[in-house]
Design a binder for this molecule. Structure first.
Ligand SMILES: Nc1ncnc2c1ncn2[C@@H]1O[C@H](COP(=O)(O)O[C@H]2[C@@H](O)[C@H](n3cnc4c(N)ncnc43)O[C@@H]2COP(=O)(O)O)[C@@H](O)[C@H]1O
Ligand SMILES: [Mn+2]
Length: 654
């Protein structure tokens, strides 16, 4: 009968009426007495009432049961919310005030002696969007947002963060240390003196390794390798690779002009790749002038980080490298159909001079060569030099416009980039990109953005100019007595004169040797003066900036362009040059609005003041004593403020 309880009262009444009808029919047809029918009716009514009462009891019990289950479920959900190690916060999405939160949230914030408020909600929401860990007290949390329900879930990630940092700390680090100028310093000394220098180097580096717990191995007198994990590297980074300064000072005390170049890389698992990046970094540290560290993680997207670079590049006394480059370049030119030479954007006299010398070199190798310029980016002195070239000889001087060069270029042509090594600075990127074979000859410290397909690169940051480097390469050609005209020699010498400010800056004995060679090829002083003469109006604009200058910090001059006036590169550069000539000034900065809209800084310095790293911090670059940058989307005042802040930071670091 149990199943009957599940019927509804109406169903039971209908069933019982049917039963009554059937029973009545049976009795009528069996001729039974009328009183029997009445008894039967009464019996059915009683049965119906009993069944209805049972059904009602069943329904009531079922509701109680469901209610009880619901109560239990609610209690257990509340207990879970109360006890689970996840914070749940409901907030008002207009005011951001917390409306409800579970005890875990209370515990997180009470642990910090406070109750969660709208500022906490704001902070959490900011970090949800930035995908950051949230620091609350000593713990770290990740937050998930259910924006539809205005709910925040707060998950304790302290252990995860600790594990991650443990994991990162154990990354492998490989480093290579090279002693700069070791060969020059030990060239003309006795064996016992050399042994003393070797001992000094080994003892110093062993004590450096001991201090940090590094494993170090000597490969030869001037080269060491070291291994450690990232935890140790981090300490060395926090000390800003003070090993560089310590080594420079200790060797100076011993009257040995030595510095260190260090290449370091780190990463997971792939040790050969980490080692290779470390070696590339060492090469970069050396070509940037030595006395510095280049650090880059072994990942595709990692960018190099530089430390040091606090001494000017030392001159390589030996010209062995120039000879080797000259030989290698002859082979590359011999295998090419012809040669195109480009300088940097707004090609200057040094770039043009180096181009003319390389054209002569290619001609000596029996190949046709073209120096490419862009009439849209023509500086006045370069324009005058090109006009002079065109006046002389047969009218076709192989100094050609970019558009002509694009048409002449063949699949097997060679591109020589002179006076720059950043693809972003090349005269025209598409033109550069159309070459499969590229050679780089430059006197700037090497940076990233170096041409990937370079077959050969000759970078000597201690050289005065690119023109000087190319003259040396030229001199090592057996055929060097031929194929350089007076006007060509004059342009190359003008290039050296421009970068050395008439032999008063960055000159070495090699600069004068190159100049003597050019003089022997007929370089003409009057011609050079005519080419390099300053335009009268430009001179006035240079003075405008100089007159608007101030000594902003001890020995540091800052000149500003006049508001709403625009200046070209050379005017700004010349103003910085002029300010540096003033008594007591060791660094000068000219800040102007460029004719192309951006803000331009030219920076010049002397006496160990590194303007290159300063300009690098502002997105530019250049040399130790001669650097610049271009800044978009800021005005002169903002740039001036940033520059002064960096200069003050530099003062504090000293
Ligand atoms: N964004 C950059 N990244 C890396 N390096 C950069 C960047 N922008 C500039 N540089 C390099 O910084 C130095 C200094 O540049 P500058 O513009 O201040 O000065 C150069 C020329 O404008 C200037 N110059 C050219 N002709 C003359 C002239 N007739 N008289 C005086 N000054 C002149 O001389 C600087 C030439 O520098 P060089 O090419 O390095 O020899 C520079 O290295 C930029 O490449
Ligand atoms: Mn140049």
């Amino acid at each position: 009968m149990n199943f009957v309880r599940r019927f509804s009262p109406l169903t039971i009444v209908i069933i019982m009426i049917l039963v009554q009808v059937i029973e009545s029919l049976v009795l009528i047809f069996s001729d039974t007495r009328r009183s029997g029918l009445i008894y039967l009716l009464i019996l059915n009514v009683v049965i119906t009432l009993i069944l209805l009462s049972q059904t009602r009891n069943y329904q009531l019990r079922r509701q109680d049961f469901i209610r009880k289950i619901n109560d239990e479920a609610e209690n257990s959900l509340n207990a879970t919310l109360d006890n689970m190690p996840i914070g749940v916060i409901r907030f008002n999405n207009q005011s951001l005030e917390p409306e409800w939160f579970n005890p875990f949230v209370d515990m997180v914030f009470k642990g910090n002696d406070k109750i969660i408020n709208r500022d906490d909600i704001k902070l959490i929401l900011k970090n949800v969007n930035d995908d950051q860990y949230i620091n609350i007290g000593s713990q770290k949390y990740v937050a998930e947002l259910d924006s539809e329900k205005s709910l925040i879930y707060l998950i304790d990630a302290t252990k995860e963060v600790a594990f991650k940092s443990e994991f990162n700390d154990s990354r492998a680090v490989i480093g290579s240390i090279s002693v700069d100028n070791y060969d020059d310093a030990t060239d003309l000394i006795t064996d016992s003196e050399r042994t003393a220098i070797n001992n000094f180097i080994s003892t110093f580096l062993e004590s450096f390794a001991g201090k940090y717990g590094i494993y170090i191995r000597r490969i030869n007198s001037s080269r060491h390798y070291f291994f450690c994990d990232y935890r140790i590297l981090e300490k060395i980074i926090n000390d800003k690779f003070s090993v560089l300064n310590d080594f420079r000072k200790s060797s100076a005390e011993k009257n040995i002009p030595l510095t260190l170049s260090i290449g370091v890389s780190y990463g997971w698992n792939d040790f050969p790749a980490i080692g290779k990046v470390a070696m590339n970094n060492l090469e970069l540290a050396q070509v940037r002038g030595g006395d510095q560290v280049v650090l880059r993680e072994n990942t595709e997207q990692a960018r190099p980080v530089y430390f040091g670079g606090n001494s000017e590049s030392r001159t390589q006394k030996s010209r062995t490298r120039a000879r080797a480059i000259s030989t290698a370049l002859r082979t590359i030119i011999a295998e090419s159909d012809d040669v195109f030479i480009v300088g940097h954007k707004y090609t200057d006299m040094d770039a043009l001079g180096a181009g003319v010398a390389m054209k002569a070199f290619a001609n000596m190798c029996g190949k046709e060569a073209f120096v490419v310029y862009d009439p849209e980016q023509l500086l006045p002195d370069v324009g005058r030099a090109i006009d002079k070239m065109n006046e002389s000889s047969d009218g076709f001087t192989h100094i050609i416009r970019l558009e002509t060069a694009k048409n002449l270029k063949k699949t097997n042509s060679l591109l020589i980039m002179v006076d720059h090594s950043k693809t972003g600075q090349t005269l025209n990127f598409d033109f550069y990109n159309s070459f499969e074979k590229v050679v780089v000859i430059d006197h700037h410290r090497r940076d990233d953005d170096f041409p990937e397909q370079a077959l050969l690169s000759y970078i000597e940051s201690s050289a005065s100019s690119a023109s000087e480097l190319t003259v040396e390469i030229l001199q090592f050609h057996d055929n060097n007595r031929r194929k350089m005209s007076t006007i060509e020699a004059s342009i190359v010498l003008a290039g050296i004169e421009m970068d050395t400010k008439n032999f008063t800056k960055a000159t070495t004995e090699r600069t004068f040797e190159a100049a003597a060679y050019l003089r022997s090829r007929g370089a003409d002083n009057d011609l050079i003066k005519m080419i390099m003469a300053t335009d009268f109006e430009k001179y006035k604009k240079v003075n405008e900036i100089v007159l608007n200058s101030k000594v902003i910090l001890p020995h540091i001059a800052l000149g500003l362009g006049i508001e709403h006036q625009k200046y070209d590169n050379i005017t700004t550069a010349k103003a910085a040059d002029t300010m540096l000539e003033m008594a007591g000034i060791t660094a000068s900065f000219a800040v102007t609005q460029h004719i192309n809209g951006f803000i331009s800084i030219s920076a010049r310095s002397r006496n160990g003041f590194n303007v290159q790293t300063l300009m690098e911090k502002m997105g530019g670059g250049g040399h130790f004593n001669n650097a610049a940058t271009q800044i978009y989307e800021k005005n002169i005042e903002e740039v001036k403020k940033d520059l002064i802040e960096l200069l003050k930071e530099r003062e504090n670091e000293k």
